[in-house]
Write a protein that binds this ligand. Structure first.
Ligand code: FAD
Length: 403
């Protein structure tokens, strides 16, 4: 069998290797001048390729679409696959798994070796513009024509367009009758509208961030948060960013300014105790003991009190406002940092048109669709690469079963 892989990302590359190892003639068509460009940027250049805990709930998809493939090629299988290629794993915070070198180029170079050893032809600077089905498949690129018996379509989504996956390639499948759901960026930083951003930029806080549309709670996540000049970033922010789309209009986030508050009601008691016992402090001194100095100025401005105000002159109703600011500071959301800065794309080719057990298109037999191009996106923490690899192996195994 002659098999064309469209797109040299992790999904395409793993399926190419699996098929080639099992005797098929495989070639990769890649629009860039090299393959695996995005993989090099993953995990801040360290490649968080899976997680200690991988569940269906870590994915946004219809009808548990990912379940079969994640069971067919599990995180243990992926860790083992990497070990067999010579890459040892290391677990970091929250179960994230990286190569022990903590370098994505270890993974990229290893895959490049595997491609060479398995004689997989890579045609770079070949952007597939259309696919026609006659007796076999004819793939037209900007540089020529290729034929194949089977096609694996692995062009990625729209995130980080500079890596090659810029969203243009959905059209190739749309022309063949596939449907694309609405797409929007996910796992990206959030832009806020606030006069205080300049002054609090660079401040870190650990806590639970809540996202509201009007007053409806859309999502809440706990973890490290970082204020920036445009808004806010950090793993919990990346995870909730997928909710910021056109459907949700009046978005606000709520953040505790005090570190590590797990139980707000409980911490309120601590604040009231401080209010009564440290009543000889100035407001500034009282605040300095619990929050970053940059937050102190922000709170003073918000409540309209002078920093020298003695605590015992602050009325209870006013203190309640201070408590609210400390534990539930609210910011208006104006959007995300967009596809340029997002790690994954929500939406894509509809999974109702893909067989979940084979990744074969239900519209055109012989075309397999894998990785981020489809309407599947995972949480931050190694889940999107696990999906690229699991779906890639699933497609390859299905072709291997057939031939
Ligand atoms: C900055 C960043 C950090 C990330 N970090 C992590 C992480 O640590 N862990 C994690 O799990 N996920 C991470 N992700 C997400 C993860 O990288 C992607 O989900 C994954 O790479 C998707 O794999 P893919 O093979 O489907 O697509 P891609 O990796 O996007 O590869 C698609 C390839 O297809 C090529 N292509 C596109 N159109 C055509 C065409 N018409 N013809 C030929 N070639 C084409 C592209 O040039 C590209 O090389 C990160 C993403 C980014 C942007």
């Amino acid at each position: 069998m002659r098999i064309a892989i469209v797109g040299g990302g992790p999904a395409g590359v793993i399926s190419a290797i699996e098929l080639s190892k099992n005797g098929h003639e495989v070639f990769i068509l890649e629009k860039n001048d090299r393959i695996l460009k995005k993989l090099l940027a993953t995990g801040n250049g360290r490649c968080n390729y899976t997680n200690e805990v991988v569940k269906v709930e870590n994915y946004n998809c219809k009808d548990n679409f990912v379940e079969y493939a994640l069971n067919l090629f599990t995180k243990e299988d992926l860790i083992n696959y990497f070990k067999i290629m010579g890459i040892e794993p290391v677990v970091e915070n929250k179960g994230k798994i990286f190569p022990v070198t903590l370098k994505a180029n270890t993974v990229v170079n290893t895959f490049l070796n595997e491609i060479e050893e398995n004689n997989i032809e890579v045609f770079t600077e070949n952007e597939v513009l259309s696919i026609d089905k006659k007796n076999n498949f004819i793939l037209k690129t900007n540089s020529g024509k290729f034929t194949a018996d089977r096609v694996i379509f692995a062009v990625g989504g729209s995130s980080m367009p500079s890596s090659g996956s810029d969203g243009k390639s959905y059209k190739v499948l749309e022309k063949l009758g596939h449907t694309k759901t609405d797409i929007f960026p996910a796992l990206t930083q959030i832009k806020l509208d606030s006069q205080y951003l300049k002054s609090v930029s660079g401040v870190k806080v650990v806590g639970k961030v809540k996202l509201f549309d009007d007053n409806v709670l859309l999502d809440e996540r706990y973890g490290d948060l970082l204020f920036t000049t445009y808004g806010i970033s950090g793993p919990p922010i990346l995870d909730i960013s997928r909710m910021i789309n056109e459907k949700n209009k009046k978005l606000r986030i709520e953040i505790p300014l005090v570190n590590n508050v797990e139980d707000i009601e409980d911490f309120k008691n601590t604040l009231y105790t401080r209010f009564y016992t440290l009543n000889y402090f100035s407001l500034e001194r009282w605040l300095m003991g619990i929050v970053d100095k940059k937050f102190v100025n922000m709170i003073l401005k918000e409540v309209g009190l002078d920093k020298e105000t003695p605590m015992n002159l602050i009325e209870e109703y006013k203190f309640e406002i201070i408590v609210n600011k400390l534990l539930k500071f609210k910011f208006d959301v104006i959007g995300t940092k967009g596809f340029e800065n997002s790690q994954v794309t929500c939406g894509g080719i509809s999974t109702s048109e893909i067989n979940e057990q084979t990744m074969e298109s239900k519209i055109i037999k012989g075309i397999y669709i894998i990785g981020e191009v489809m309407d599947v996106d995972g949480d931050c923490g190694g889940y999107n690469l696990q999906w690229a690899f699991s779906s890639g192996i699933t497609a390859a195994k299905s072709i291997l079963q057939e031939f």
